[in-house]
Every structure is written in C-alpha cells, then in structure tokens.
Design a protein. Sequence first.
Length: 309
Amino acid sequence: MDEKIVEIAEGIKSMEIRGAGRIARVAALALKYFAEDFSGTEEDFLKEIERVKEYLISTRPTAVSLKNAVYFVINRMRGENLEELRKSVIRSAEEFIKRSKEALKIIGKYGSGRIPEEATILTHCNSSAALATIIQAHRDGKRIKVFNTETRPWFQGHITAKTLAKEGIDVTMIVDSAVRYFMREVDIVVVGADTIASNGAVINKIGTSQIALAAHEARVPFIVCAETYKFSPETVIGKLVKIEERDPREIADPKDFPEVKFRNPVFDATPPEYVDAIVTEIGVISPYLAYEIIKEVMNFGAEGKKNRY
Ligand code: RUB
C-alpha cells in the first residue's frame, strides 16, 4: 500500500488525526494521493482502489463521515480509460474536501442564529462544527461564555478550550462529571456528531447522551452541529451504528489493577427526543427529519439505491 495512504490510515487509527469531519477529509485526500501516485494498468487501478477503500473505512468504525467521504469519491468514479478514472477520483476528492470546508462555514452562520445575544454555552469534546457555531456567535458580537468538558480519556476538551481562548472567548473547562452541577448556569448545549441515524439518534463522543439528559432535565436546549455527510444511509436498511471500544490503557494501566476489568467505549447514542435541532449546511432541522436528509440529499432510500451519497 502507498506510504502516504498508510500514514493517513495509521494517523486516523492512532487518533493523531481525529474528529469526524477531519477524518472524512483526510480519507478523501488519501484517495486523491492514490489516484495521483498510481502506476499500473486500469484493471489494477480498479482492484487496488477497492483495497484502499476497505482499508480506509476499517480505520475507525463509528464515524460514518469517513465512509461517506470514501463513497462520495468512489461512486463518482467515471472514465473510459485509466487517465480519466484517475482524474475523476482526484476531482471528486477535491470536491468533497471543498464542500466539507464550506459546510462548516455555513453551519457556523446558521448555528450562530440559534445562540441568544447573551448566553452561556456548554460543549463537549472537540467538534469543528460545534466550534464553528460558537466562534461565529462570538464574531457576530454575541456575549457568550463557554463551559467545556475536558473529555476523558483523550482530553479533546483541551484543544477546544485552547481554540476558544485563542478567539478571545471566555471559556471555563470542567470535568465531564461536573456537567449536571453546572447545567443550571447553561443556556444552550452545542455539540457535534460522528453519525446521525435515520431515526434521528445522534452518535457522538461518549458522555454526550448524559449531557443531553441533564439538559433535558433542566430544559436547556440541546443542539447538534453536523454536516449532511454525518447522516448514515445504512441505518435506513436496519444496520446499527457500531460503537468503537478502544484500548483500556487509554483509561489507566491495567497492570496497576490486576483484578479489574476495563471498558472504553468512545461514543454513545443520544435519542432524538433529547435533541432540539440539528444544524446542517442545508438548514436547521428537527432530528426527526434525518430520514429525509438521507433520502433526498444522500440519494439513498429504503429500496437501497446503489449511490449512497
Ligand atoms: C470526536 C467527536 C466529535 C465529532 C464531531 O471524537 O466525538 O464531537 O467527531 O467532530 P474523536 P467534527 O476525538 O474520538 O474523533 O464536528 O469536528 O466533525
């Protein structure tokens, strides 16, 4: 396998490259590199791109964004000869990356509209889409303060806190388990998503569903910022979203706890009844419209159309 592709895939696995949007963009980039660097016959190209596709998809199981990015490129592959096939892969990969970046800007604008003029926001983990909304709200002149969770066990919250502080936003980092304690001070929760199922359930960093419960209890609006490529076509035909469980050593060294078992699921599902709105680049929608997005935008119905996205 091409060195550049291995480097990207290993980067995703080890979480050096992380976040659903980012891993989708680098997966598209890997396919672009593959098409640029390939030397061989047309037949080999078609065989090899299948291998690259499976390899990239296998790196992280939960975020559908990665799969959708790969299918976006593969499903648009057209050409009478190798040169044309290569060019179409490069073009679609570039188009995916461009669309993905543009989507974030639009989400920021639409999302900011949902933030009150003066608000305390709570966010979890490190989501570019949630950050786009929060940062846009600040740039729009809204007087905001942010609570952000440190996000165990990987501490992605550290990146979030630094990013917000750099923007000049008033940010306070809390431990994940302090969410309910602070919820009474929060006006709105803003998070991202790795995958959105056809029933509107939102799969995001572990702990998101607890935050949604606490928000629901306190009647605090809970919004999710997600590009349309975070919606999962396969859930329409009954597939369940696989929740990634990572190495227990991310929590503690099991050697220090010889009698103890560890579990380390890194995502969870928030049911649609706890989600007030999903901010996408094509508008702010109810989670119950997830199926429509999958059908209309992603061109995938229960009848199982081949073109997934
Ligand atoms: C990241 C995470 C983020 C979503 C959305 O998990 O759960 O909230 O991926 O991020 P991990 P974005 O750190 O395990 O990848 O909005 O940037 O796509």
